[in-house]
Design a protein around this ligand. Structure first.
Ligand code: UD2
Length: 312
């Protein structure tokens, strides 16, 4: 039986990935300390997986787990908040970088060779350079501890692969939306906040004029891409994951309103400090590998609303 470890498997993207891996018949192990994730996210599959509520920074514990010798390791555990990394740079560094390096090091010293070690990074590594679209070899400008740690962990992932014969990849997520994204912080993914406001008839504060663009991608296409990449011979490379389409925030909100058949109450406010005007992924590398998204923005928004209105 194919085995997979998903760190951060109780989180937004992690839980969506675990569902799909279970559906494929994989034996899935999850390590998540529930600092951001929720056990409830995995309720439907809990009896089919091995779940450890544990911190990935506990190296001894992680070594015991890694001794299972997994076929695939999906490393999603992270403090996925830029704001938090600015508040607590060392604590978040331990999670976002040290734990990754320790895992790679353990694989090296124990000569464990998963079919793939996949590390999940972020478009945050590109920072504020105006150059668009962002190619994997575009200039990076990590401006926060979060981005620095993501970039460093990517490099460790790739370099451990090259130096020690491990099959590794790192992926950079653009703006992901979909079921189980947590809207609890003002810095949560914008579409999760829009969803919460639509469901509860609350006013949504739009920072800026709404013309800022992002490459929004539905979480199910993200999950498909993760599985696809891990099952190809791709090795020791970085991949952007987005649709390669640039959409203005206000247009995406209008599209979502149509799917929801509801109008959002919008209050416009000044742009947030550090907000970027435009973001767009160049996905040539992923496309060349043979990946085609199945959902797309419109279907993704429709399905997200259907889920939210039934589960919200
Ligand atoms: C994403 C990441 C962030 C960092 C950044 C680097 C997410 C959730 N955030 O931020 O962690 O990596 O990329 O570039 O992946 N907005 C509103 N109202 C709200 C919330 C957001 O108008 O209540 C706006 C926000 O000001 C921005 C847009 O919506 O212009 C998207 O915000 P976001 O936080 O979802 O994503 P982004 O790309 O700014």
């Amino acid at each position: 039986m194919t085995t997979a470890l998903v760190t951060g498997g109780a989180g937004f993207i992690g839980s969506n990935l675990v569902f799909e891996l279970v559906k494929k018949g994989y034996q899935v192990t999850v390590v998540d300390d529930l600092s951001m994730g929720l056990k409830a996210n995995l309720a439907e599959v809990m009896d089919q997986i091995e779940f450890h509520e544990h911190d990935v920074c506990d190296h001894e514990f992680m070594h015991q787990v890694l001794d299972h010798n997994f076929d695939y390791i999906y490393y999603l555990a992270a403090v996925a908040s830029v704001a938090d990394s600015v508040e607590r740079p060392y604590e978040t560094h331990r999670v976002n970088q040290e734990s990754v390096v320790d895992t790679l090091e353990y694989l090296r010293v124990k000569n464990l060779k998963p079919k793939k070690f996949l590390f999940t990074s972020s478009a945050a590594v590109y920072g504020n350079y105006p150059e668009l679209p962002k190619r994997e070899d575009s200039r990076v400008q990590p401006l926060t501890p979060y981005a620095v740690d993501k970039y460093a962990s990517e490099r460790y992932t790739i370099d451990y692969g090259k130096l020690y014969g491990l099959s590794t990849v790192a992926v950079r997520f653009f703006n992901v939306f979909g079921p189980r994204q947590n809207p609890s912080s003002p810095y949560s993914g914008v579409m999760s906040i829009v969803t919460k406001c639509l469901l509860n008839d609350q006013e949504f504060t739009l920072f800026g004029d709404g013309k800022q663009t992002r490459d929004f991608i539905y979480v199910k296409d993200i999950v498909n891409a993760l599985i696809f990449i891990s099952e190809t011979p791709a090795s020791n490379e970085v991949y952007n994951i987005g649709y390669g389409h640039q959409n203005a925030l206000i247009d995406v909100i209008h599209q979502y309103e149509q799917a929801a058949e509801k109008q959002l109450k919008i209050k416009f406010a000044a742009s947030r400090a550090g907000d970027i005007d435009e973001s767009l992924a160049d996905v040539t590398r992923l496309t060349k590998l043979g990946f085609k998204p199945q959902w797309g923005l419109e279907n993704g928004l429709r399905e997200y609303w259907e889920y939210a209105s039934n589960n919200g």
